[in-house]
Each structure stands twice: as structure tokens, then as C-alpha cells.
Design a protein around this ligand. Structure first.
Ligand code: SAM
Length: 336
């Protein structure tokens, strides 16, 4: 599938739940804490059907996200089925990590992380904004730092091909911890990425007081580690730009939706919200109701395939985040 601007679409990011066991200030503000009903959310069978049809249309990579995907019941069954879809050769999960070390249901594997690995999950992205217990609790609304770190360690033990740690930059919150996060990632051989706050879910956090641009974060890092060397040849199937710390060789990624003007150029993604809206872009209000198609008994897989094509055709050239974008939907439903 290719859109009007030459973006080749091969990546589907799928939110499987709007529920989360954390309450990040920038993602799930209190006034937005009301949940979809079970009937609103796509069933596992519906999700698998969309992914199966997508695989026939050139989708080869799927990342499962949420909410917190590991809070959904029987989620490991879903991953097992997902691992068997022909054409999907790259499965990832985005998680806050807090449930990765949970004992698995299967006697052969010890942890949820191991079981995910066994079902063919290749990469894990763990969100970790802070290593300071206070800041972690303030940011996520929960005191789960130890569980998140145990989850990262469980993922390392499970042998994923890549484990990334994503830290959202917040001035005055984790600004003083960038070096600690770098050392933490280096010690555990994790690929660390710093992410700019975006106007998804809420714009309340997106004030000058809170917003820390990647350019400034880079300077803070260079203050200790010396000039960061750009490594444009290193890419990870997303909008991150990577740099190397000369002394140690450690790679650090920066995801700057707000300040990187080339952010959308290599976009290869569609997003499926947990209630079945197909979104061609995270930073646009465009979304199309696939659930209606899936729940209409007269609609065949061909109709689902046509739906994919029509949405790809509407994919905008760029997101609208820099144009005073006001979010219309919660990040947990869209899936980060
Ligand atoms: N619960 C999972 C997790 O923690 O990764 C998956 C869902 S979460 C919505 C996915 C990612 O979106 C997280 O890394 C989170 O930090 C990021 N995110 C949520 N709201 C954001 C915002 N307003 N700006 C930047 N990143 C955001």
C-alpha cells in the first residue's frame, strides 16, 4: 500500500485496550478516566482478522499497544494467534513494563516476557520516564518503579531481539535525570530514546514550563558526554533519529514530533484504535470506522481490504501537531 505522498505502508500499530494500570499525567489525565464498554472494544477475533487482511495488503510489522496491553484478559492467547499470521514477520509490544515479570500461565516459561518471546514477539518498547521513585510516581500516578525495572530485566532474560526504553522529556521533571537514564540503558544494553511531549490526550502538559525540546536535551547530554555524532544510517522503522556517544559508542534516539521538521517523511504507519477506528496519522483528526465493516455480516475480507486502501489514500503528508492541534481522542485508545 502506498499513499499519495509515496509513503509505503507496512506497519500497523494496534491498541488492544484503553485500560491502563498507570495514570501518566500527559496521557491519561483524571478528567479523561472513563472506560469504553467491552462491546465497544474490538474482540481478539476482530483484531486478528484486521491484521490478517492487512498482512495480505503488505503489512509486515505489528506493534501491540494500549492502554497497557498486558492488562487485557487472555492477552497471551492473542499473542499466540498473532504469531501465526502469515506475512507478519515483526511483532512488537509497547508496555510500561510493570507486568512483564509476572509469572506466565504456561509451565514451560517463567515470566510473561518469556512467553511473549516464545510466541514470536521480537521487540519490546518499555516506557520509563524516570529512575527517581518520587518523579516516577508523580508522573505515572503509581508507585511501580520497581515492577517496571523488574519487567525490563525479565525482558532481557527472555532474549528479545531489541529492547527499547522510551522516556518522555519533561522540563523540571526528568530533565536532571537524562544522564542517569543513559547510564541505566548502557548498563543493561537497552536502546534509549527521548521523546518530546505531544498534544495527544491533553494539551495541559504542553506548556513552556513542561515542554523540553530534543535540541535542548541533546545539549544537556553533550555537556557531560561531548558532541553526539549523528548516525543517519541507523534506523529502527520509526521517526527516531539516532546519535552516538563517542566515548562509549552508546546509541541514543530522539523522537521530536514537535521540533523535527522531517518527522513525517519516512512514515510507514497506520493505527488501529481499540474500538476499531483506523487512523492514518497520530497527529490528525482523520479516523475511519472499521468496526462497522467488521461487524456487518455482509462485508467480506475484500471489503476490509478496500477499507485499508481508502484510508491509506487519505493519509496526510504531515501531522498537524505544530498547528495548535487540539487532541480529540485519548492516547490510550489510539495507542502510542
Ligand atoms: N502502556 C504502554 C506504554 O507505557 O508504553 C503503551 C501505551 S503508551 C500510550 C505508549 C507511549 O506513548 C508511551 O511511551 C507514552 O510515554 C507515550 N505517550 C503518551 N502520551 C504522550 C504524550 N502526550 N506525548 C508524548 N508521548 C506520549
Amino acid at each position: 500500500m502506498e499513499d499519495r505522498y509515496g509513503h509505503r505502508i507496512s506497519y500497523l500499530r494496534v491498541s488492544i485496550t484503553d485500560r491502563c494500570n498507570e495514570r501518566c499525567r500527559y496521557c491519561l489525565p483524571e478528567e479523561q478516566q472513563e472506560w469504553l464498554t467491552r462491546d465497544d472494544v474490538l474482540t481478539y477475533e476482530e483484531l486478528l482478522r484486521v491484521i490478517r487482511v492487512g498482512a495480505g495488503m503488505g503489512i509486515s510489522k505489528v506493534r501491540i499497544t494500549g492502554g497497557e496491553p498486558l492488562t487485557r484478559r487472555n492477552v497471551l492467547w492473542f499473542f499466540e494467534q498473532l504469531g501465526q499470521i502469515e506475512g507478519i514477520n515483526d511483532i512488537g509490544i509497547s508496555t510500561n513494563g510493570t507486568l512483564l515479570a509476572r509469572p506466565a500461565q504456561n509451565a514451560e516459561t517463567r515470566t510473561t516476557a518469556e512467553q511473549l518471546r516464545q510466541f514470536g514477539v521480537r521487540t519490546v518498547n518499555v516506557s520509563l520516564d524516570s529512575l527517581d521513585r518520587e518523579v516516577y510516581s508523580q508522573t505515572t500516578g503509581r508507585n511501580y518503579l520497581d515492577q517496571a525495572i523488574a519487567g525490563i530485566d525479565a525482558a532481557r532474560a527472555a532474549g528479545f531481539e531489541s529492547i527499547k526504553v522510551n522516556s518522555v522529556l519533561m522540563r523540571g521533571q526528568n530533565e536532571h535525570e537524562l544522564w542517569d537514564l543513559i547510564e541505566f540503558a548502557q548498563g543493561r544494553d537497552l536502546l534509549l530514546r527521548f521523546i518530546e511531549l505531544m498534544p495527544v490526550s491533553t494539551t495541559e502538559m504542553l506548556t513552556e514550563e513542561n515542554f523540553l525540546p530534543i535540541g535542548e536535551a541533546k545539549k544537556l547530554i553533550e555537556f557531560k558526554y561531548g558532541a553526539l555524532e549523528p548516525i543517519p544510517e541507523f534506523r529502527t522503522n520509526g521517526p527516531a533519529s539516532y546519535f552516538r556517544i563517542a566515548e562509549t559508542g552508546q546509541k541514543i534516539g530522539f523522537i521530536g514530533a514537535m521540533t523535527n521538521l522531517h518527522f513525517c517523511e519516512t512514515c510507514n504507519k497506520l493505527r488501529l484504535t481499540c474500538e476499531g477506528k483506523l487512523r492514518p496519522c497520530l497527529g490528525s483528526h482523520l479516523e475511519f470506522d472499521m468496526r462497522e465493516v467488521l461487524r456487518n455480516p455482509e462485508m467480506t475480507d475484500d471489503d476490509v481490504a478496500k477499507f485499508f486502501l481508502s484510508v491509506v489514500d487519505r493519509k496526510p503528508e504531515q501531522h498537524e501537531f505544530r498547528e495548535n492541534y487540539q487532541p480529540g481522542r485519548r492516547m490510550i485508545a489510539i495507542g502510542g
